[in-house]
Design a binder for this molecule. Structure first.
Ligand SMILES: C[S@@+](CC[C@H](N)C(=O)[O-])C[C@H]1O[C@@H](n2cnc3c(N)ncnc32)[C@H](O)[C@@H]1O
Length: 477
């Protein structure tokens, strides 16, 4: 982050705008809305600035400013579009100790002006740190469309109950939960649905009925984070990530996803890869139980789906045995995510009428599968945790009589910007993958559906380690 985001109090303070341009008019408007006393300097302002003249909080000077004008000025905006005048404004305003912003002249800026979404009294400020203001504007437009106008009124309405809520729910963490339940529960629903009287009745009933009775209980949420692309999270997963007190997350959960966790939530990395366990499975479960018993909402965030090769079942057995309430949120499992991102359908009327998910590894190492049961005509087999055992898998399958031409794809870092797909047959796939030096995680897809790779026009499916191609494929950054 290159800039410190703050909201500055300017009510009753002097703000100078130098210029009569459209940009000047936008600056004037914002400063007036924030309660500033605005002084505009311009000998011949354009119509948009002239429209403000007559406002009780604005003084117009039909000249350019001089050094003495900046005394006691908190913020000075340069918006004249005249380089010499901007330079004078900058030096005079700096000498007077004001914060300066000159439009389109980064070297004259102490701060930048963000894009704003207003839902009085809520203000959302968006900035790209000057890198790409158009993105900020696009995001702003999306948020405008997403946020009901009544959110602002909801904030004003709830503010009138602040003191009573503070008394009714003295504990800070419980109070946050109480607010969340209000806003996202029946009170918020009624208010946003236009039934303000009902919202008030419900809120009073909550306060009078022992507001913090259910708030002290801890819970465990087992949540699937999908295969890596943050856009593949479910709405429910995202909501829970915003409400958790502590998040225990795995190695396969991508950075872009962890960034979406509530800022104040504690984040604990409990990642595991073969031979390198930050915490043992027993320690992870113990930690979840201890935290939930303290009354915390514990979110266990796992790559893919928690119940598909995720050991979710084992973790929950112990938690449930301690009487702790548990909720499970499914995620897109790697097979589904990688198949879609690579353009390889896992079933297809002409190629595969069934699909099985198996793991190459068990507790004791590489599993001794009967490959003739899995890798056969009309079926797709997706092998999890098989990258390091690829040679052994291929040799065993061939040794058991599986067709030497059986098509195989290895999808590495599926759905991520770094996705790569290597295809071949059971006979040559090991050598091809060795040459590509894939870092993992990777899935092995065995079956005739692999022949459709690159044939279906799925965006981003071909040689997707090419960053530009991923961008054109519509991957969200
Ligand atoms: C312990 S399993 C977890 C599976 C997860 N619960 C799921 O539903 O996807 C880890 C294996 O999932 C596969 N995997 C997970 N994410 C992947 C990705 N983005 N690309 C390819 N394979 C992935 C790999 O085979 C990896 O070894």
């Amino acid at each position: 982050m290159d800039y410190l985001p703050i909201f500055l109090e300017v009510a009753g303070k002097r703000v100078i705008v130098d210029g009569g341009t459209t940009v000047a008019a936008r600056r004037i408007e914002r400063a007036l809305n924030a309660g500033a006393h605005v002084e505009v300097f311009d000998p011949d302002p354009g119509p948009e600035v002239t429209a403000f003249i007559g406002n009780a909080s604005l003084t117009h000077h039909a000249r350019v400013p001089t050094e003495t004008d900046f005394v006691d000025c908190l913020v000075a905006y340069g918006a004249s579009e005249e380089p010499e005048r901007d330079a004078l404004l900058h030096s005079a305003a700096k000498a007077a100790g004001a914060l300066v912003n000159v439009a389109d002249e980064k070297s004259y800026c102490d701060f930048i002006t963000p894009s704003i979404v207003e839902r009085e009294p809520i203000t959302i400020a968006i900035s790209t740190g000057g890198a790409a203001p158009v993105i900020a504007r696009i995001l702003r437009a999306r948020m405008e469309a997403m946020l009901p106008a009544a959110y602002g009124r909801l904030a004003t309405f709830l503010a009138t109950f602040r003191g009573r809520i503070y008394e009714a729910v003295p504990n800070g963490r419980n109070r946050r939960r109480f607010w969340e339940n209000l806003i996202e529960g029946p009170v918020g629903d009624a208010f946003l649905g236009g039934e303000e009287g009902l919202a008030e009745e419900r809120l009073i009933a909550e306060l009078e009925g022992g507001a913090d009775k259910d708030l002290k209980r801890g819970e465990v949420w087992l949540v699937g984070a999908g295969p890596g692309d943050p856009d593949l999270l479910t709405f429910k997963a995202l909501r829970m990530m915003q409400h958790a007190d502590v998040v225990l997350y795995d190695r396969l959960v991508g950075d872009g996803i962890i960034d979406l966790v509530r800022r104040d939530a504690e984040r604990i990395y409990v990642g595991k890869k073969s031979g390198d366990h930050t915490l043992s499975q027993h320690e992870i479960t113990k930690l979840m139980i201890e935290r939930a018993q303290r009354g915390e909402r514990v979110l266990r965030l796992k790559g893919g789906d928690p119940f598909i090769f995720g050991r979710g079942g084992e973790e929950l057995e112990d938690v449930a045995a301690h009487g702790i309430p548990v909720e499970v949120v499914p995620g897109i499992t790697a097979a589904a995510g990688c198949g879609a991102a690579a353009g390889i359908p896992l079933t297809h009327r002409d190629h595969a009428q069934s699909c099985v998910f198996i793991t190459a590894h068990g507790a004791g190492g590489v599993l001794d599968h009967d490959w003739t049961r899995y890798a056969r005509k009309g079926q797709t087999v997706v092998v999890y945790m098989g990258l390091n055992a690829l040679g052994e898998v291929a040799q065993k399958a061939l040794g058991q009589g599986v067709d030497t031409d059986m098509p195989v794809a290895v999808i590495d870092n599926g759905t991520r910007l770094t996705q790569r797909v290597i295809t071949g047959t059971l006979t040559d796939i090991e050598a091809r993958v060795k040459e590509a030096a894939l870092p993992g995680p990777a899935l092995i897809v065995i079956g005739h559906v692999v022949t459709l790779y690159g044939e279906l026009g799925v965006k981003g499916s071909i040689d997707t380690d090419n960053f530009a191609m991923r961008l054109s494929a519509g991957v969200t950054l």
